[in-house]
Design a protein around this ligand. Structure first.
Ligand code: COA
Ligand code: AMP
Length: 633
């Protein structure tokens, strides 16, 4: 089939508002949009400014009303808890409307923030939808973050309530959440009024009188009273959620997602980008704590009337490298979306794909990858063993959906390994130099998107228009700065090669090296430090910290290095995967005092490097190399 992509993209180019007005017809509005885009509102404009709607209605009630009540909405499979569960759309409506009334009883209403700090269990999805139902703004925090990171988010969002569970389950260890949450609330200045906690059988959490409420008891009481909350009317421009993501400093950015534009964009992608039909099973193997989980575990599939999958497990070790194939067979999955690192983990354990021989993946049509660069070797391996198209696509927490992809629903374009393919309608992607001038095809530059961003992308940062402007819009006037670098080829295919800021990507997780440096610098023996992302065959990158000790420190450097590793785990969390700290005598700097992180990275990666002309003392680079060699890195 020839792809309709060029036609769709040209349609959007010709008449962007007409394109999105057409896409908006797929949504059940309370007040349909009259105006499609208001360029004068907000930081760069607002989509569907006069429309009213409710996301939960579109994701749940609408399907029950439309005859999908008996269809599975959610499949939960947890090899780590030994649990499986199917939830129909009718049951989902019951769970969500009851939980929404519990939230109302806790004093949560329209515009209030609710932090969701939960593992990959269906209740996390119920919590998000219950908030959406009553117009509360959820902010999901990934379970791998430590108390301090959680406290930072609590302080910024000032939530009325926190929804949590007694534990997460990592292979071989339980992660009790309540002590982390209690510590975070102790650290935070903004104290939530209520905590609603789901006791899981693996860990019993201690409850505080007054503030803490038992999830199961509250649900039981609401059911006994027949209490259910209705969907409230929201403006399309009202926030649905705030999702914190790593910024260039240790303070995360609160990415705001609106209500109407997000629905329009996600619904469009389910059919046109992912090629999925309502009623089919769409599995995103990520976590609800990340944007990929928000958009394609929760909202996208449910808005589309598809069945979504919540998998509480890993690609390997739960119990083996056949886990993904078992899931695809057992639940008739038509499309799997995961991060390349998950495939590299499977490939490392089972390079010949022996486990795959035990399963029949008869419904699988496409494998989608995102979250980090899909290296050609991994894509090639996956295509060979699965025999289906492997489609990389590039996006960010900020955009909420794919900027560049291969639109399976419009007809697959030829796949070029190493490229996530072409810009989706809505995105005018340019490669520019420092002066915002276009660079020729094949030449690396900064990747920017011409404003306005399409529906679904962030309208701003939480209560911080100034930071939104400074972070994304100031450097290239008229454009959104993605902070990714790359190039375009003569066919218009994009290649995304790396970040232009201090963000690194570890196992598909976005982390700030600046944030890690702040932690290392807080150690009493550290005078100065630098953290870089070192190449890693499995995780793409892994953080590596260099620390110069204060003069007069006589303690064993090896002990201090261990303390630094423990400190990052304690302050940021295990998700930082910070395992390498190296004490060095000096850090390489330019004559103006700028630390040469780029050159340090090239040395650590074993790439070719030369001492920059501006370096203060080139001998320091050899010292860095020798320190890494001494550690066999
Ligand atoms: N709660 C608590 N701890 C968590 C956690 C969670 N939700 N998720 C991860 N961690 C911990 C891990 O247990 C690990 O701890 P350890 O240092 O004690 O071993 C640490 O954080 C680092 O985790 P990770 O980098 O994920 O490494 P891993 O060895 O556990 O797993 C992969 C490696 C490749 C299997 C895994 O990273 C993976 O499946 N990645 C997919 C990424 C993804 O879905 N990204 C989302 C964008 S699409
Ligand atoms: P996050 O906001 O956590 O989704 O991380 C977004 C960042 O991950 C992007 O800015 C890229 O640096 C990187 N990224 C995500 N998807 C891809 C991809 N398909 N190819 C290359 N890099 C990617």
């Amino acid at each position: 089939m020839t792809s309709r992509y060029r036609e769709a993209y040209a349609d959007w180019r010709r008449n962007p508002e007409g394109f999105w007005a057409q896409a908006a017809r797929e949504i059940d509005w309370i007040t349909p949009p009259d105006q499609i885009f208001d360029a004068k509102a907000g930081v760069y404009g607002h989509w569907f400014p006069d429309a009213e709607c409710n996301v939960c209605w579109n994701a749940v009630d609408r399907h029950v009303a439309g005859g999908r009540g008996a269809q599975d909405a959610v499949i939960y499979d947890s090899p780590v808890a030994g649990a499986k569960r199917r939830i129909t759309y009718a049951q989902l409506l019951d769970e969500v409307s009851t939980l929404a009334s519990v939230l109302q009883n806790l004093g949560v209403g329209k515009g209030d923030r609710v932090i969701v700090y939960m593992p990959m269990i269906p209740e996390a999805l119920f919590a998000m939808l219950a908030c959406a139902r009553i117009g509360a703004i959820h902010s999901v925090v990934f379970g791998g973050f430590a108390a301090k990171e959680l406290a930072t988010r609590i302080d910024d969002a000032a939530p009325k309530a926190v929804l949590t569970a007694s534990c997460g389950i990592e292979p071989g260890r339980l992660v009790p959440y309540k002590p982390l949450l209690d510590e975070a609330i102790r650290l935070a200045a903004a104290k939530p009024h209520a905590v609603l906690l789901l006791q899981r059988p693996q860990v019993a959490a201690a409850m505080s009188e007054g503030r803490d409420h038992d999830w199961a008891q509250a649900m039981q009481a609401a059911r006994a009273a027949g209490a259910r909350a209705d969907c409230v009317t929201l403006k399309a421009t009202d926030p649905l959620y705030v999702l914190y993501t790593s910024g260039t400093t240790g303070v995360p950015k609160g990415v705001v997602r609106d209500t109407g534009g997000y629905m329009v964009a996600l619904k469009w992608t389910m059919k046109n980008l992912y090629g999925v039909e309502p009623g089919e099973v769409f599995w995103t193997a990520s976590d609800v704590g990340w944007v990929v989980g928000h958009s394609y575990i929760v909202y996208g599939p449910l808005l589309h009337g598809a069945t979504t999958v919540i998998y509480e497990g890993k690609p390997v070790g739960t119990p083996d490298a056949g886990a993904f194939w078992r899931m695809i067979e057992e639940y008739d999955v038509t499309a799997l979306f995961t991060a390349p690192t998950a495939l590299r983990a499977i490939k490392k354990e089972d390079p010949e794909a022996e486990h795959l021989k035990r399963y029949k993946l008869k419904n699988l049509r496409t494998l989608f990858l995102a979250g980090e660069r899909a290296d050609p070797a991994t894509v090639d391996w996956a295509e060979t063993i699965l025999g289906v198209p492997v489609v990389d696509h590039w996006w960010q927490t900020e955009t909420g959906w794919g900027i560049v992809g291969n639109p399976v629903g419009l007809g697959l374009l030829p796949v070029k390994h190493g490229s996530p393919t072409v810009p989706m309608p809505g995105y005018d992607v340019r490669i520019v130099d420092e002066a915002a001038q276009p660079v020729p095809d094949g030449k690396m530059g900064s990747i920017v998107i011409k404003l306005p961003l399409p529906p679904g992308c962030l309208p701003t940062l939480w209560q911080n228009d100034a930071r939104m402007y400074e972070s994304y819009l100031a450097e290239f006037p008229g454009y959104y700065k993605t902070a990714d670098a790359g190039f375009k080829d003569a066919d218009g295919y994009l290649y995304i090669m790396g970040r232009t800021d201090d963000i690194i990507n570890v196992a598909g997780h976005r982390l700030s090296t600046g944030g890690m440096e702040e932690v290392l610098a807080s150690h009493p023996d550290v005078a100065e430090c630098a953290v870089i992302g070192m190449k890693d065959a499995l995780k793409g990158e892994q953080p590596c910290g260099f620390a110069v000790l204060k003069s007069g420190v006589t303690r064993d450097p090896a002990v201090i290095e261990k303390e630094l590793v423990a400190l990052v785990r304690d302050k940021i969390g295990p998700v930082a995967a910070f395992k390498i700290a190296v004490t060095v005598a000096r850090l390489p700097k330019t004559r103006s005092g700028k630390i040469l992180r780029g050159t340090m990275k090239r040395i650590a990666d074993g790439d070719e490097w030369t001492a920059p002309a501006t370096i203060d003392d080139p001998a320091i680079l050899d010292e860095i190399k020798a320190s890494l060699q001494a550690k066999r890195l």
